[in-house]
Design a protein around this ligand. Structure first.
Ligand SMILES: [Zn+2]
Ligand SMILES: [Zn+2]
Length: 347
């Protein structure tokens, strides 16, 4: 099969290698689409401690079940499936509640296990047993299905925010994740959606999703703009979809009474602290939530939203590449001129 092998920071080679086997409890998937995540870009550029090269990365997968290892039940050959990234131990208190993304011994497909930037991949036994293979209707295309993973992460983030029709929602960061958050908030009929970014290209992209307002924070102070757009009250929901310290601080300053904030993106590991007026949290009853990855239930929700057309996955895909062009594709994803970039290993 053809596979893109990550050989260390800045090194990715596409070559023919043996198709993976399908041992006891495993499921072999023929990968038809695998979208590039921001973390794939970071692994390619800087490496990551739980990704040991040579390795196949990629976790935003849409494919077909090709073969079943001995003992596998509940998965059918030929079904079109997405694969849940997080694999938990199944025993810790988080796994017992279905929160495999928070498992104390958690690992992930496309990180610890090999992933989807190849024509075939095997889903490991613990993931199969945990129900990580989720079928979808063949009416949905594979590239659209590859959007289920990042959308499920956004669903995880928004679960805490309980967005209603009363809420003014501000999204900092107009990359693919910020745009997905906007689409989700729209699906919940938020009263008003405001999108903020410093990058002109990203703002132009966000504009196509027709938010109610766009703020170019390279030109304007976003806190002042948000305050004046909300009659001085602040935003009810603020999602920080960019890993920038000062933006997290701006989020706290622009929240309304009873405001809910999601720090959706991590900060640089060497500078993970911020400073803000804690009295705002106290007197305004502001809540700040984190969010990390997602679990199976949220994949089903994401699939349902996409299959019903409540989130238009096709609109979020701006580029598709064959596997041979993976380095170019990663550059495109990193460059910010597109939203989701999808690899198609059989093209
Ligand atoms: Zn992802
Ligand atoms: Zn666990």
């Amino acid at each position: 099969m053809k596979a893109a092998i990550y050989e260390g920071p800045g090194k990715m080679v596409v070559r023919e290698q043996e198709k993976p086997s399908c041992k006891k409890g495993e499921v072999l998937i023929r990968v038809h689409a695998c979208a590039i995540c921001g973390t794939d870009v970071r692994i390619y550029r800087h490496g990551q401690k739980n990704v040991v090269p040579p390795h196949i990365i990629g976790h935003e997968i849409g494919g077909i079940v090709e073969a079943l290892g001995p003992g596998v039940t509940g998965v059918e050959i030929g079904s079109h499936v997405v694969v849940v990234t997080s694999v938990g131990c199944g025993e810790c208190k988080f796994c017992r509640r279905g929160w495999h993304n928070l498992c104390v011994k958690g690992v992930a497909i496309g990180y610890y296990y090999e992933g989807g930037f190849a024509q075939y991949m095997t889903v490991p036994e613990p993931a199969v047993m945990q129900g990580n293979i989720i079928p979808f209707s063949p009416e949905l295309s594979f590239p659209e299905a590859s959007i289920v993973e990042p959308l499920s992460c956004c669903i995880n983030g928004q679960e805490y925010l309980a967005i209603s029709t009363e809420d003014i929602v501000v999204i900092f960061g107009c990359g693919p994740i910020g745009c997905m958050h906007a689409e989700l908030a729209k699906a919940k009929n938020a009263k008003k959606i405001i999108m903020v970014d410093v990058d002109k290209k990203r703002l132009e992209m966000a504009e196509k999703l027709s938010p109610d307002m766009i703020i170019d924070s390279s030109q304007h102070n976003p806190v002042e703009e948000i305050m004046s757009a909300t009659a001085g009250e602040g935003a009810d929901v603020i999602i920080v979809a960019c890993g920038v310290n000062s933006v997290q601080e701006q989020a706290v300053s622009s929240a309304a009474k009873k405001g809910r904030i999601s720090f959706f993106a991590g900060l640089p590991k060497d500078k993970p602290t911020i400073t803000f007026d804690s009295n705002l949290i106290h007197y305004r009853e502001i809540s700040v939530f984190g969010a990390f990855a997602s679990f199976a239930e949220q994949y089903r929700e994401a699939l349902d939203l996409i299959e019903k057309g409540r989130v238009d996955a096709a609109k979020l895909i701006t580029h598709k590449f064959p596997l041979d062009n993976i380095v170019e594709a990663i550059g495109t994803a990193a460059g910010g001129e597109g939203l989701k970039v999808v690899m198609q290993p059989w093209r």
